[in-house]
Design a protein around this ligand. Structure first.
Ligand code: MF3
Ligand code: CO
Length: 261
């Protein structure tokens, strides 16, 4: 069963979400040609610790890194290492933090320095599809309303959604019910209720939707080697407008002095 959060739980999730989004933005701003993915992971670990948080991913099912860093044809769950980012790469960053007992989970994809028109369109469409999905996260709708909105946006733009990995409920645990596919194949799906908190996360490929997992047992890559993008927010279902919990506005005031700049 999906967990319905109390008002106190929701306030904690706003704070976890604010830290998760702040760290995500800080790491994105730290991306530049020549950096090793390991440096990004170490930088993320420092920032997460500075805000008094813990990575929600490190050690989860033995995941070995603080954040997920996935470059080019890597879709999600990439493992940081000595790979250096090159001008024109696209890098997906997925940051989950735990704060006050709750998890904030979010992701985005950025170009390293710059990228081509097709790659920029991939990033734009993936983010747009996330926003289309979020707009359906309203009490009384069903999970499939989110799925269909994401899929329509992506396929209308001639791109493909990944099917093997899906969004999810999130709260005290990284993964809670329900699962939130980015595609719809008919059938009934769970009803959304005010107080549910969902991680909506389209993974979009320029070419074929098919993916596989590398021998490291984590890194998901496209089968055709073409590029992929990933955007994610943690969202609160309400009776009116969905509320994005992974936004910087709700940074706990005690932590504001630690912000960069
Ligand atoms: N946002 C991703 C997810 O929801 C990140 C999980 S990485 C893991 O699946 F290491 F925690 F599995
Ligand atoms: Co997630």
């Amino acid at each position: 069963m999906s967990v319905i959060k109390s008002e106190d739980d929701i306030q904690s999730m706003r704070e976890a979400g604010a830290v998760a989004n702040t760290v995500l933005r800080e790491v994105a701003a730290f991306v530049e040609p020549g950096r090793m993915t390991r440096e990004l992971d170490e930088f993320a670990a420092e920032r997460i610790a500075l805000y008094g948080c813990k990575s929600a991913f490190l050690g989860y099912r033995n995941y070995p890194c603080n954040i997920c860093i996935s470059v080019n044809e890597e879709v999600v769950h990439g493992i940081a290492g000595d790979r250096r980012l090159l001008f024109g790469d696209v890098v997906s960053l997925d940051v989950g933090v735990r704060y006050g007992g709750f998890v904030g989970d979010n992701a985005l994809t950025v170009a390293v320095g710059g990228c081509g028109v097709e790659e920029q369109s991939l990033l734009d469409v993936t983010e747009q599809s996330l926003l289309a999905g979020i707009s359906k996260a309203v009490d009384g709708n069903r999970v499939c309303d989110i799925s269909r909105a994401v899929q329509e946006c992506v396929e209308h733009n001639g791109m493909a959604v990944v099917r093997e990995f899906v969004g999810h409920g999130v709260g005290r645990a990284v993964h809670e019910e329900p699962q939130i596919p980015n595609f719809y194949e008919g059938g009934k799906s769970p009803r959304l209720k005010a107080g549910m908190t969902l991680a909506i996360e389209p993974m979009v490929n320029l070419g074929s939707p098919l993916v596989e997992v590398l021998a490291d047992r984590w890194t998901v890559v496209t089968r055709d080697g073409r590029r992929s993008a990933h955007f994610e927010h943690t969202v609160l279902v309400t009776e009116n407008e969905p509320e994005i919990l992974t936004c910087p506005e709700n940074m706990p005031s005690a932590l504001k002095a630690r912000l960069l700049n």
